[in-house]
Ligand binder design. Structure first.
Ligand code: GTP
Ligand code: MG
Length: 211
């Protein structure tokens, strides 16, 4: 799978031309967004990862073959930055999500060990409101036992359901995907749903194309 870094953008005028379907990756700072992208595209160091939260500060665009663009968004919820910086990030991400006409879906990445935080719920409500389909991915599944992972999957699914965030007009399967960048658990499923949202998945049932 051929993949290349296109560019970093801080504002709209710096985005690449809106010519291909696009899938963005969002989540708390340090949750594993960049690692997920690297795993999905089979590259170790395409998107920069770091043990220090706040590594990805710009919107980074990557191109996957001639099929779609992948967008690594800066994380939210990182406490140790001044308000001014936090507002600038928020503004940058919301502008992107709201304005990007080729955006087909957002992979919302949650840590399987934690309950969704306020920032996560804000993001999901926001996507719901603007009709951007989410794909919820529960990452770092390797950090807990399989039994615990299943239990956490159930709890988080229930939380999302209770908040009315578990249905996307029946168009896409809504189960959260268990994932690990370390063991690559869930990689195929994430890729397959990305392709479905980008309308590139030939094996998807017909109703999944009606986005
Ligand atoms: P920011 O760009 O700073 O917001 O972070 P990010 O969400 O892009 O996270 P990143 O991919 O940089 O990963 C953060 C840390 O978590 C790194 O130390 C990763 O190695 C680790 N990590 C990410 N995914 C996994 C995973 O599935 N399992 C384990 N064990 N560690 C992970
Ligand atoms: Mg990152």
């Amino acid at each position: 799978m051929e993949v290349q870094f296109l560019k970093s953008a801080f504002k709209e005028s710096q985005y690449p031309p809106p010519e291909l379907p696009e899938i963005a990756f969002a989540g708390r700072s340090n949750v594993g967004k960049s690692s997920l992208i690297n795993t999905v595209v089979n590259r170790k160091k395409l998107a920069r990862t770091s043990a220090t939260p706040g590594r990805t500060q710009a919107i980074n665009f990557f191109q996957l073959g001639n099929d779609m663009l992948l967008v690594d968004l800066p994380g939210y919820g990182f406490a140790r930055v001044p308000n001014k910086v936090r507002n600038a990030w928020r503004n940058m991400v919301e502008t992107y999500l709201y304005k990007r006409e080729t955006l087909r879906g957002v992979i919302v990445i949650l840590d399987i060990r934690r309950d969704p935080a306020a920032g996560d719920m804000d993001l999901l409500h926001w996507l719901h409101h603007y009709g951007v389909p989410p794909i919820v991915v529960l990452t770092k599944a390797d950090k807990v036992s399989r039994q615990e992972a299943r239990k956490r999957h159930g709890i988080i699914t229930k939380v999302l359901k209770e908040k009315g965030l578990s249905q996307q007009d029946g168009a896409i399967p809504y189960e959260a995907i268990m994932f690990s960048a370390r063991t690559r658990l869930g990689r195929e499923e994430v890729l397959s749903r990305m392709k479905t949202l980008a309308d590139l998945n030939p094996t998807a049932p017909p109703e999944q194309h009606s986005l």
